[in-house]
Design a protein around this ligand. Structure first.
Ligand SMILES: Cc1cc2nc3c(=O)[nH]c(=O)nc-3n(C[C@H](O)[C@H](O)[C@H](O)COP(=O)(O)OP(=O)(O)OC[C@H]3O[C@@H](n4cnc5c(N)ncnc54)[C@H](O)[C@@H]3O)c2cc1C
Length: 404
């Protein structure tokens, strides 16, 4: 069967759904093709589903009109046609790749069974299926090992601990969330996890997954130390899902290369979200994915001058729930260069920490833990990149929470 649609979007994740909705509102309906069997959902909230705070349907995204559930397996650029796993073909005039990321699977011995599957009990943490699989397996007292101490690993460890698992987090780097946070903020995240009963090992490399009868039993560290495990979560980062683009001969570096119109070298094909690389950057975050979707909708609906110039993306982690809520936000450069000014406010008792880095009178980065009342004003000052009027205004930005 061949259907004919003007704009076709591959991927019904955050970027694809936002684009299709905006295009619908602007009078240019699009066909969305997605390979997950669930209703489109907000991936950012999966940890809250795993923690038991939200039921899966609570994080559903408002469904756009035309959604086809199948996996696109090939792009024929000459015929402008997609080939799908269910045998169907879909014609396009304009194609948008919004295929997201794949989890990075670390090179561990024993990670795959003879038929190239992950052993029973070993899960990535990217999709609703991963989340439901983990959720089914977690019970009070279950021994879980989370491999990776970035944003994803920290969220997974916390969610599993809230569900009563005995969690060990193994982090290769010397501290948690080292890509976003400075050492002080990392220490507060560590303290939060320790308070929840999570055992954290830093500078620790896992080298082996041991299984019995196809199910995981333990993981072994590089120094030979073994940890018993009923569950293992792989949280070792993500990689843009760019295979389709590569097979179709489009330029791919880390992600699918796009220009300021979010267009690949083929004028009929665009890319947005985690799979796209713009000006040397693959963001891997929700805010840029949504901003790119909004901008591309404008362009495709006929606004010829819209241009994407990059997103100043704030990383935000909200770990709520019955047990001690914990919030953090980080943006820009959180470590000063020589000559930068730094303002820090720390309250050890309350576990709060605020820090901003200023260069040549401009805010270049900051990190807030435990107290986010000022995050909106700080983010605006950072995004605007306007000179700060004076030092007093900086302190005001850091402390004035608008009365909340
Ligand atoms: C647990 C978790 C927590 C996160 N927390 C945060 C956070 O706190 N803050 C933040 O900014 N970001 C966070 N992220 C990252 C954020 O979710 C992503 O940046 C965002 O989802 C990117 O949107 P996207 O539409 O590009 O990709 P995705 O949301 O991954 O959507 C891509 C979709 O395309 C589908 N697809 C791929 N290939 C095909 C194909 N060939 N055919 C059909 N369909 C296909 C995929 O199955 C998927 O449904 C988190 C991610 C995870 C997994």
């Amino acid at each position: 069967m061949t259907s004919n649609t003007h704009v076709v979007v591959i991927g019904a994740g955050l970027a694809g759904v936002r684009l299709a909705r905006r295009l619908g509102e602007l009078g240019t309906p699009a066909l969305l093709v997605g390979d997950e069997e669930h209703r489109p959902y907000n991936r950012v909230l999966l940890a809250e589903v795993l923690a038991g705070r939200y039921a899966p349907e609570v994080i559903s995204l408002p469904a756009p009109g035309g959604l086809v559930r199948t996996r696109v397996t090939g792009i024929d650029r000459t015929a402008r046609q997609l080939h799908c796993a269910d045998g169907s073909s879909i014609a396009y005039d304009t194609l948008v790749l919004a295929t997201g990321s794949n989890p990075v699977l670390p090179p561990l011995r024993g990670l795959f069974t003879a038929d190239h599957q992950l052993p029973e009990g070993v899960h990535a943490f990217r999709t609703m299926d991963d989340c439901l699989g983990l959720s089914k397996a977690v019970r009070p007292g279950v021994r879980a090992v989370v491999i990776g101490g970035g944003l994803l690993g920290v969220s997974a460890a916390r969610a599993l601990a809230v569900r009563g698992a005995q969690v060990v987090l193994a982090q290769q780097a010397e501290r948690l969330m080292e890509r976003q946070l400075d050492p002080n903020a990392s220490r507060l995240v560590l303290r939060h996890l320790l308070d929840l009963g999570v055992e954290v090992h830093t500078e620790c490399r896992v080298r082996d997954v041991r299984c019995v009868g196809g199910a995981v039993r333990s993981v072994e560290m590089a120094d030979g130390y073994a940890l018993d495990a009923d569950l293992v979560v792989l949280a070792c980062g993500v990689r843009p899902r760019a295979g389709l683009a590569e097979q179709a001969g489009l330029a791919v570096r880390r992600g699918v290369l796009v220009d300021d119109e979010l267009r690949t070298a083929d004028p009929h094909i665009h890319a947005i979200g985690d799979c796209a690389e713009h000006d040397g950057t693959v963001y891997g975050l929700a805010a840029p994915a949504l901003e790119q979707a909004e901008l591309l909708a404008e362009l495709l609906a006929g606004a010829p001058h819209a241009r994407y110039t990059g997103t100043r993306a704030l990383t935000r982690l909200t770990l709520t729930g019955r047990a001690s809520p914990f919030d953090l936000a980080a943006f820009g450069e959180t470590e000063p260069r020589p000559g930068d000014d730094v303002v820090q406010l720390a309250d050890a008792t309350r576990g709060t920490y605020r820090k901003v880095v200023v260069r040549d009178d401009r805010l270049v980065g900051g990190v807030l833990v435990g107290e986010l009342g000022t995050v909106g004003a700080l983010a605006r000052a950072w995004e605007g990149a306007e000179p700060l009027p004076d030092e007093g205004s900086l302190l005001h930005l850091l402390t004035n929470d608008g009365g909340s």
